[in-house]
Design a protein around this ligand. Sequence first.
Ligand code: NAD
Length: 442
Amino acid sequence: MEFPVYLWYIGGGMKIAVVGTGYVGLVTGVVLAELGNDVICVDNDPGKVARLSQGIPTIYEPGIDEMLKRGIAEGHLVFSHDAAEATRQSEIVFIAVGTPPGEDGSPDLTAVKAVANAIAPAIDKYTVVVNKSTVPVGSGDLVESIIRSHHIAEHLFDVVSNPEFLREGSAIFDTLNPDRIVIGAKRKEAAHRLVELYAPLERPMHITDLNSAELIKYASNSFLAMKISFINAISRLCETCGANVGDVAKGIGSDARIGSQFLQAGLGWGGSCFPKDVQGLVATADRLGYDFRLLKETIEINDTQTLHFLNRLDKRLGGFADKRIALLGLAFKPNTDDIRDAKSLIIIEEILRRGGTIQAYDPIAAENVRALYPQIQYVDTLYDVGKDADAAILVTEWNEFKQLDFSRLGAPMRQRILFDGRRIYRREAIERAGFEYATIGA
Ligand code: NAD
């Protein structure tokens, strides 16, 4: 992957700490180091800190390997487990820890609070504390009150909300080329520190109050999830009336007011963000006294989409008992090894529960799924996945699946049945290879 030359601008760099070195924290850290800032990435997982210090990436992400090594070699990037020391050495401290859903669907802020408590005592000069984690409205105030509870004077710090919009699989590119940068702050001076930091990216910046910035992140993800659920609901209609959801999506998406993105019918949305963020907004709305039924239905449509598709295959096979199913893809989307809320997990769980057996292939995510489901078989090469299978399901639309040699896939299968959960194939090509083909919304 190539990056614009102007990013090699060095000098005037800031001193930055990023606490939480997962997908968001690591990508943020390496990109800020690439921009010439001095970055300390902090994590409380000692194994992660050890690997990253040696230049070994802990996530799969195109472009991260070389940028990580370069940041370390040029002395712009170091890793540590000590959030307090990193804070003492920095003028801006990012909080980029996980905010998984709690019992009631609202985000669990335990890690955010822990970081606020860890960095507060180390604030001994003016410091901007930036919430990059996805956190509900009011969390900026919460972080501020935690820091104040350590008797840190008001003039010594500001809390800023700077939500992250990167997509796993193109996270480096997205961080370098965001559609917009949202900065929510109570005081203009604090927002301007971030404007300065991001200035080399030359991207549009939206300066807002804290609450608006926090809401923008949840509203964006919820809107995108709603768009996918909408087209998936249309796909159900298509299946019953003989229409084709691909044509319908094209027809509505070419209206500039609607746009074609996020109108691909499929198994539904998953991953580490959409499910928890939509739930999170529903929980926030409940807390604020608004029953967000539109989003509740968005979730309901999504929850039933994969099962609906699986039930079609179940019916076709006369039940999954003693049937062997081949899964193509396990990651929640292509170009990532992330399997959080991946549709593959629901499919595996259901097929096993109904008495079937599974063999699966994924170019990258297999090891992560193996940790959860050691009882299914994982193959290392794509065309081995069909061996003795009664049907195959395309779960993740990896590029390498797009140009399949169907005859080769079908040769070792017991029955040539392909259920395409992402609508990536042309029916004629597959049927020519002797497959029976079924997909969503057609
Ligand atoms: P992650 O789970 O990959 O990473 C979180 C990291 O924080 C882990 O490495 C963990 O060890 C570390 N950590 C936890 N508690 C800590 C503590 N007290 N001190 C130091 N380190 C600690 O999570 P992620 O995917 O990077 O997401 C981080 C936040 O960004 C979440 O709020 C998420 O919703 C949001 N976000 C994620 C994405 C995405 O695509 N992954 C995109 C946009 C926003």
